[in-house]
Design a protein around this ligand. Structure first.
Ligand SMILES: Cc1cn([C@H]2C[C@H](O)[C@@H](COP(=O)(O)OP(=O)(O)O[C@H]3O[C@H](C)C(=O)[C@H](O)[C@H]3O)O2)c(=O)[nH]c1=O
Length: 193
């Protein structure tokens, strides 16, 4: 039976698909549209992504796309392991600027569902780590934005592997949360306000 757990920010859902083991290894249904729509979110995925990070201590993020290309993401690690993090950037959210995270690995098969309105990033905990994820909107370079991975205002408790990080030039120059322009992304909370 697939396990489902809501993290400290309840919109972030950790999913652990069942693995049917036998002498050869295991078989697992890692995504099922009808189950996901019923139990997690009624969304349509339009693109699958995969990234390989050669070095332990690689940080990719924190990234998000602006509306109308904001992306929901279903993240899984298919080789190695990562500490995967979502930061709430929904204007007006009671958990604005707060983060939630989990360890995803080829070994534990765990996934994270991160809806729109969150910045996403991960730290690799092993070399040659592969992350595979589904997104609910296509890539749009013009709408691609980021946040500084180590912004003290967010205070992500990265594991020790973050002591010496590998970063892209883009990620080494991301702004802090305080420097983000207002209403930079759609927020369901503003509608209610
Ligand atoms: C995201 C993306 C990138 N690209 C191209 C653009 C660059 O030429 C190259 C590397 O892109 P980038 O450095 O943005 O890749 P990551 O640092 O892994 O970015 C991702 O990392 C964090 C963890 C995320 O959640 C996002 O999905 C995404 O921003 O791939 C594409 O062609 N399509 C895409 O969907």
């Amino acid at each position: 039976m697939t396990q489902l757990e809501r993290l400290a920010i309840a919109d972030i859902v950790k999913i652990v698909p069942t693995r049917h083991g036998d002498d050869r290894g295991y078989f697992s249904e890692v995504f099922k549209d009808a189950w996901f729509r019923e139990h997690v979110a009624d969304v349509t995925f339009v693109q699958d992504n995969q990234s390989l990070s050669a070095a332990k201590g690689t940080i990719r993020g924190l990234h998000f796309q602006l509306d109308p290309f904001a992306q929901g993401k279903l993240i899984q690690c298919i080789r190695g392991s990562v500490f995967d993090v979502a930061v709430d950037i929904r204007a007006g959210s009671p958990t604005f600027g707060q983060w939630a995270g989990a360890e995803l690995s080829g070994g534990n098969g765990a996934q994270l569902w991160i809806p729109t309105g969150f910045a996403h990033g991960f730290l690799t905990l092993e070399p040659h780590t592969i992350v595979h994820y589904k997104v609910t909107a296509p890539y749009s370079a013009q709408h691609d934005r980021g946040l500084r991975w180590n912004d003290p205002a967010i205070g992500i408790a990265w594991p020790a592997e973050a002591a010496e990080v590998v970063l892209s030039e883009k990620d080494a120059a991301q702004p802090s949360l305080a420097d983000l322009p207002p209403s930079f992304t759609f927020s369901p909370f503003l509608e209610r306000a």
